[in-house]
Design a protein around this ligand. Sequence first.
Ligand code: AMP
Length: 121
Amino acid sequence: MSYDNNNIFAKILRGEIPCKKIYEDEFVLSFHDISPQKKIHALVIPKGKYIDLDDFNNKASPEEIVGFFKGVSKVASKLGISINEGNGYRTLSNIGENGGQEVPHLHFHLFGGEKIGKMVE
Ligand code: AMP
């Protein structure tokens, strides 16, 4: 499977579709999920063209990988949901059909602002 340049997050990265931006640096863009599942529901995506976590880990440079994961923590801190600034949060990344992935550009969901509850339905 090759990367689809027309997926919705690619369009957001190109500025063709608006987003409610939370944080951006050279490695990541973070914005609020359009259909929040919890009080706080943020998404963090890498700037590079990666379909999912496995594609990212196989192809991204060490700098991109470090930059992405540090970006997740920066977003949690900025949202006030990290352990230092708040009461914690949950992060998850869906991969492929069985994982329930809808948008084929790697993204981590960050859920917080309240108790998140059962791990898997
Ligand atoms: P997943 O099922 O893991 O691929 O999650 C895709 C997520 O992207 C869902 O939670 C959607 O609500 C969210 N989403 C889809 N379109 C947009 C958009 N234009 N802006 C923000 N979030 C979006």
